[in-house]
Ligand binder design. Structure first.
Ligand SMILES: [Fe+2]
Length: 225
């Protein structure tokens, strides 16, 4: 199992304050069955913008066999597409799309804005993997329609799946999973204090969708359009 989204490198963004906490997170994630962790610090965020050099330093300090590469969680802005050459993609699809982990400003929930962003990124050969898609509270039909017209992938956060059964975002995830729209699941782990939520979310996901385990925790992405 590969985790494609976390903030567990120490002292870079809103992740752990100490290397000890980072290492403890890694140890526990390994016990859950993760065989590779790809840290993704925030990039071009309002509050955090660690450089690739700083990020590589943290990876070297931790020296964990679970971390073999790093990427970033990019906050969308029009400039992102123009920095294409400097982006750290998670992977490249067989047809050549660079898969980049992306989040939108929480207030950017207008469908037209999101579609324009995806259009711009696709024009530059970037297929975004939209982080915590449940955050944007848009209907299945919108995401389904985007997938038919653009190279785009959707990621859910395990933490959200640990919420109570009436939680709207949790139920949004279940609807999206049932509709076959989700490409990837990830921890988005920031702190050791949240690891129980990851454990609960993972247990729920694997018990309800056991046949999707391999696909949801891999780096294999297949665009639909
Ligand atoms: Fe994140």
């Amino acid at each position: 199992m590969i985790d494609t989204h976390s903030h567990l490198l120490h002292q870079l963004d809103d992740g752990p304050d100490s290397i000890e906490e980072s290492r403890e997170c890694l140890r526990i994630l390994e016990s859950f069955g993760f065989t590779e962790i790809i840290p993704t610090p925030h990039r071009f965020h309002m509050l955090y913008n660690p450089t690739p050099e700083e990020t590589a330093d943290r990876v070297a300090e931790i020296r964990s066999p679970l971390i073999r590469r790093f990427s970033f969680e990019y906050l969308y802005s029009a400039e992102i597409a123009e920095t294409r050459g400097d982006l750290y993609e998670l992977t490249t699809t067989p047809s050549g799309w660079k898969v980049v982990l992306l989040e939108f400003l929480p207030l950017m929930v207008r469908k037209n804005d999101i579609e324009q962003a995806i259009f711009t990124l696709n024009m530059h050969g970037i297929a975004p993997l939209v982080a915590h898609i449940e955050r944007y509270a848009l209907a299945n039909e919108f995401w389904d329609d985007l997938k038919k017209r653009y190279a785009i992938f959707y990621q859910i956060s395990l933490k959200t799946l640990s919420a109570r059964f009436f939680d709207a975002k949790r139920n949004q995830i279940i609807r999206l999973l049932d509709a076959g729209l989700i490409d990837n699941a990830a921890t988005d782990l920031h702190r050791l204090s949240k690891i129980e939520q990851i454990e609960q979310g993972l247990a729920f996901l694997l018990s309800r969708y056991p046949d999707q385990k391999e696909r949801l925790f891999s780096l294999t992405f297949q665009e639909k359009n």
